[in-house]
Design a protein around this ligand. Structure first.
Ligand code: TGC
Ligand code: FAD
Length: 392
């Protein structure tokens, strides 16, 4: 990839809405991405290889459990800082942000919120430092948008549970040390189960041939009569609301992350358009290209405002699931449109790995599908404003 010359757009001077701490945290993540992610990410994506070397750096910038209390190894930051870290990481690559999202919101969050003190002490500090990596198993081969239909199950055997079933499309699965797995008990109630690598009957085959999120490892979780010690069940919440509560936190991070990908595409296209001469003048001077660039910065600015406000509500514990859905849906859609327009501004160069745009565009095809598809988030808004569910 060519040198990372990224300059973050801030058209409405939104930095003035941030605290000194927010800016410090954001700038540390921004510098780290420039130094450690940009130089290696294109090759990692081309080779479909997760760059393990960045794990310790992610931990150092506080990307593993930004809002988890410091007593458990987290960074003890607020929700806007968490969002800004996700924005900066996804500016580098959505797959790297995926690793951080899963670790923080889908593994550390449920252990912190639904686990007991022994589980928190055992796992959280090691997850925060990157010594342990985690994954989150909700989706199954036959249950994607409808996780409530899951068939993965636990059976009480007296001294232990027996876990059977399979999960699919699981980020970080191939190398995760611990999996937070959602399974039904004999009463049909969904429970959180902590499954550790090495347990007999547990395997994590990698999913190959992806054109998207190539720098993130995706895999299956297969449970064939896995003996689960009783102390590995999350005791403090069950039902579908438990995994959906984790998704609220991860979707919030994705809303911020998508802005990062969009900012990178816009910034790259703007710089290219100013330098690329056709018909004896920079293409940035052509009305059609200005329309694209002007619409991009407008959409980025609207998303920045929406998401900052959501962060304020989240800090006050007032952000609703439907508000988070709206931001995830809007921002990912905004980013994917910007990636497509930016790609066109670069002409043929836009399809190469010399620039980040095509990689962002392909990554965003996963981001618009995972953590609830574009359609599902629209239906969540529809249900919220009408009071009628259109899912079933
Ligand atoms: P429904 O009847 O609406 O709800 C069931 C129960 O859950 C409660 N609830 C929530 N609780 C907490 N937080 C939320 N966000 C909640 N949403 C709903 C609800 O109140 C109810 O509670 P109770 O006590 O009455 O039982 O459920 P439904 O079966 O109709 O489905 C609703 C639907 C479709 C919105 C939901 O299932 C959904 O969001 N589907 C999308 C699935 C999804 O997002 N999967 C993501 C998998 S993880 C992933 O993709 C990680 S990628 C990570 C990365 O790499 O970055
Ligand atoms: P389906 O649910 O089969 O949907 C197919 C289409 O039907 C979609 O367009 C959808 O919008 C539409 N549709 C479905 N239901 C309705 C409805 N009621 N009304 C209208 N339209 C509907 N999952 C995890 O648990 N953990 C992970 O770490 C994880 N990581 C992922 C990483 C990647 C790279 C990808 C691609 C996926 C990952 N997922 C993960 C899975 C992801 O959450 C699911 O793919 C997603 O929830 C959609 O499920 P599905 O693919 O089975 O699509």
């Amino acid at each position: 990839m060519s040198q990372d010359l990224f300059q973050a757009p801030d058209y409405y001077q939104l930095d003035e809405l941030l605290t000194e701490e927010h800016i410090l945290v954001r700038d540390a993540a921004r510098e780290w991405v420039k130094r450690e992610v940009s130089p290696i990410i294109e090759e990692a994506a081309q080779n479909a290889k997760f760059p393990q070397s960045i794990i310790s750096g992610l931990a150092e910038i506080g990307a593993f459990g930004p809002y988890i209390p410091e007593e458990y190894g987290g960074a003890g930051l607020d929700q806007i800082s968490y969002g800004l870290i996700m924005q900066e990481i996804e500016r580098g690559d959505s797959g790297v942000r995926s690793t951080a999202s899963v670790q923080s919101s889908l593994v550390m969050y449920p252990i912190w919120k639904y686990g007991n003190e022994a589980q928190r002490q055992k796992y959280l500090p090691k997850l925060a430092s990157g010594e342990l990596l985690g994954c989150f198993g909700l989706t199954e081969p036959d249950h994607g948008s409808n996780p409530g239909g899951m068939t993965t199950n636990i059976k009480d055997m007296g001294d232990y549970y027996l876990l059977n079933g399979a999960k699919m499309w699981i980020s970080n699965a191939p190398f995760a040390d611990v999996a937070v797995v959602w399974a039904k008990n004999e009463e049909g109630r969904i429970k959180g189960v902590l499954v550790e690598r090495g347990m007999a009957g547990f395997s994590t085959p990698e999913t190959h041939n992806k054109w998207s999120l190539r720098a993130s490892a995706t895999g299956e979780l297969i449970f064939d009569n896995v003996k689960i010690p009783k102390e590995n069940i999350l005791p403090n919440k069950d039902g579908l609301g438990a995994p959906l509560g984790c998704l609220d936190s991860a979707r919030y991070g994705i809303a911020w992350g998508a802005i990062g990908a969009a900012m990178d595409c816009y910034d790259t296209a703007l710089r290219y358009a100013k330098q690329r001469i056709q018909f004896d003048k920079p293409i940035a001077g052509m009305q059609l290209q200005q329309k694209k660039l002007a619409e991009m910065i407008t959409e980025i600015t609207k998303a920045q405002l929406l998401t900052w406000r959501l962060g304020v509500l989240k800090n006050e514990n007032r952000a609703t699931t439907a508000q988070i859905s709206m931001a995830k849906r809007n921002n990912v859609d905004m980013a994917i449109h910007i990636a497509r327009e930016a790609r066109q501004i670069l002409g043929a160069m836009g399809i190469t790995g010399e620039y980040s745009i095509m990689r962002h565009m392909m990554n965003l095809e996963s981001v618009i599908t995972y953590e609830g598809t574009h359609d599902i988030h629209l239906l969540i808004t529809g249900m919220d404003i009408t009071g009628i569910s259109a899912f079933k």
